[in-house]
Design a protein around this ligand. Structure first.
Ligand code: PEP
Ligand code: MG
Length: 325
């Protein structure tokens, strides 16, 4: 199997009916970078910047952050890297930051909420990213955005830092793309407004499904109780794919769904053309894509979703369809 996947490394990721699907990897540390070459992935679709903060004994300085980002970009060797700003809080606590006791940490003070309330932290990270990407392309995305206003405020912080660097004679990225993670269901109901303002969207399906079904992803009793491959899960994802496309805004999926072959098949059937996954998933997902007929999957999904008789998981129906084709 492993050898078979390695042979797929340089095979273009194009479906049987000619749709090109961009495959990216998720990463968080410098040691993850060699996987780019090993897998033949197009780039890093999600760089989890909190990893550096979680393994440190104290808050990394702006200079230390900048050094890591510069090393990541150098190791990526021209491949795109999408940096996600700090996604801490919830289950990811920093030992050196004062812990806030919360009844529901997943719904609490985390990610962009901390970034906007403690702008010093976000500004330091943004400055490190801008400096590390001087003269090249920089892609930043914000986690746990729940409203258009939060994205606008995060964007304003980036713009202010950029202007500050320019004013002081630093060179800045020649191209700056600012994206939003779609992982809070409220964004589904302002998806047109977000897609019109963002340079790209990235679906965090782990959190999106946790919040959509109100089922704690860390709680074994309920984490697998609801299947994303069911009408509500698939319709939510289809809304994002459709509205992003209508707005001309590129949309990726970077949650675990994208790394599972059957789920990935459903995602491309819903209209996604870019997925980001753990490096080990690239081979199996690509092997599936090469045999997939996206047009047929899309038609089957449409049929299943239009047919009101499917109340539960559509996993078996999709698996049966996949093996028959
Ligand atoms: C997600 O929520 O799907 C995601 C990619 O982010 P994380 O797993 O880091 O919360
Ligand atoms: Mg998430």
């Amino acid at each position: 199997r492993q050898a078979q996947y390695r042979r797929l490394r340089d095979v273009p990721s194009v479906t049987k009916d000619g749709e090109r699907i961009a495959l990216h990897i998720n990463a968080g540390l410098l040691v993850d970078l060699p996987h780019l070459e090993e897998t033949g992935a197009e780039g890093i679709g999600l760089f989890r910047t909190e990893l550096q903060f979680m393994i440190a004994e104290r808050m990394p300085t702006t200079g230390e952050q900048q050094a890591l980002y510069a090393q990541v970009l150098a190791a990526a060797n021209g491949h795109d890297v999408t940096f996600r700003t700090l996604d801490i809080g919830g289950d990811k606590v920093l030992p050196y930051m004062q812990k806030v006791e919360e009844e529901n940490p997943a719904l609490g003070w985390r990610a962009i909420r901390i970034g906007l309330d403690r702008p010093g932290l976000l500004r330091s990270q943004v400055r490190a990213l801008l400096k590390a990407s001087a003269g090249r392309r920089l892609k930043i995305m914000f986690p746990m955005v729940a409203t258009v206003d939060e994205f606008e405020r995060a964007k304003a912080i980036v713009e202010r830092e950029r202007a500050h660097l320019v004013k002081h004679g630093y060179s800045v990225p020649e191209d700056l793309a600012l994206g939003v993670m779609v992982e809070v269901p409220s964004l589904l109901f302002q998806i047109d407004e977000i897609a019109a303002r963002a340079d790209f969207l990235s679906v965090g399906s782990n959190d999106l499904m946790q919040f959509l079904f109100a089922a704690d992803r860390e709680n074994r009793q309920v984490a697998h109780r609801f299947d994303p491959l069911s009408a509500p899960g698939l319709r939510a994802l289809k809304t994002i794919a459709d509205r992003a496309k209508a707005a001309g805004c590129p949309a990726t999926v970077c949650g675990e769904m994208g790394g599972k072959p059957l789920e990935a098949l459903a995602l491309i059937g819903l209209g996604f053309r870019s997925l980001s996954m753990s490096p080990a998933a690239v081979g199996p997902v690509k092997a599936m894509l090469l045999k997939a007929d996206v047009g047929a999957v899309a038609a089957e999904l449409e049929r299943l979703l239009a047919d009101g008789s499917h109340h539960g998981s559509l996993r078996q129906a999709l698996a049966a369809f996949a093996s028959a084709h």
